[in-house]
Design a protein. Structure first.
Length: 292
């Protein structure tokens, strides 16, 4: 299967040394020994597609600004928080939705086609694994490309909602100041004030992206489903995640309990470093293509 060799966008990728041949060999051995590989990805696999992350040292959102992502309770409780969220999301959407998978996404898709990858769990909400063609996959925190109503559960595509926004705000214009993870941009309160947010077309309820906001929890059904896929697996690879968020970290704890070998490919420290069998400090898109 061909992998397109598009040059990566490294603006949001922390500096790291080139892959060490000895480490490449160790990862090769790890992958070769695995028959049913369970892979978990995080923001660090998408930074090479030009999407910034939250936690990278020096260049993640938390390092660069004092801004924080929207909290679930605030979004549900506060109409102006929703207005602010959707205005920023409306401005950021054309750019965010146009991001394309990079080499790492395509390699994991190929591993699936070859029967090497048993299941992929991504903590990302950017749809890049889907765009790459992965199918044996769970989007742990949902996906920004879908929207649903908190009242009746009606779903629509985010691209469709963009048209509703445009119809409701024909003269509204805003220039974005920098882009954040998850399709967010920075706007002033002044810019946001006149932005109109549509209600659900069926029941008039509140529309929310189909993602798990900070402060919200992943559904029990989804967690159980992922635990079942992990139970069928014989090893775990973490790619591009510091695993700071418990919703993902719990699966690494479960893998450790089952005594599965765990390999980590991530620039910078992770929460699993002390119990992983293998830790590689490299770019996903640079190291994964070296594994056959």
């Amino acid at each position: 299967h061909s992998v397109s060799r598009t040059s990566p966008n490294l603006a949001f990728v922390p500096a790291c040394p080139p892959p060490d041949p000895v480490e490449v060999e160790e990862l090769q051995r790890f992958v070769s020994n695995s028959k049913r590989l369970f892979v978990m990805t995080g923001a660090g696999i998408s930074t090479e597609s030009g999407i910034p992350d939250y936690r990278s040292e020096g260049i993640g959102l938390y390092a660069r600004t004092d801004r924080r992502p929207v909290q679930h309770a605030e979004f549900v409780r506060n109409a102006s928080a929703r207005q602010r969220y959707w205005a920023r999301n409306f401005v950021g959407w054309p750019q965010f939705s146009s991001h394309q998978p990079n080499t790492a996404h395509l390699i994991l898709r190929d591993w699936e086609k070859l029967g090497k990858l048993h299941w992929l769990v991504t903590q990302n909400v950017d749809a890049l694994h889907t765009k790459a063609g992965s199918q044996r996959m769970t989007e742990l925190h949902g996906c920004t490309h879908r929207v649903f109503c908190l009242g009746c559960g009606d779903q629509m595509l985010r691209s469709e909602l963009q048209e509703h926004f445009e119809a409701l705000n024909p003269t509204w214009k805003a220039e974005a100041f920098g882009v954040a993870p998850d399709g967010d941009v920075f706007l002033t309160d002044e810019q946001v004030r006149d932005f109109q947010v549509p209600a659900c077309r069926k029941c008039g309820g509140m529309l929310k992206p189909d993602v798990t906001f900070f402060g919200d929890t992943v559904s029990r059904e989804k967690v159980d489903f992922v635990h079942q896929r992990l139970a069928e697996s014989d090893s775990m690879l973490v790619a591009g995640s510091s695993m700071q968020v418990y919703s993902g970290y719990r699966f690494a704890l479960a893998a450790r309990e089952k005594q599965l070998p765990i390999a980590i490919l991530n620039i910078g420290p992770t929460r699993l470093d002390h119990f992983a069998s293998l830790k590689l400090n490299s770019r996903c898109g640079e190291l994964l293509p070296l594994i056959v």
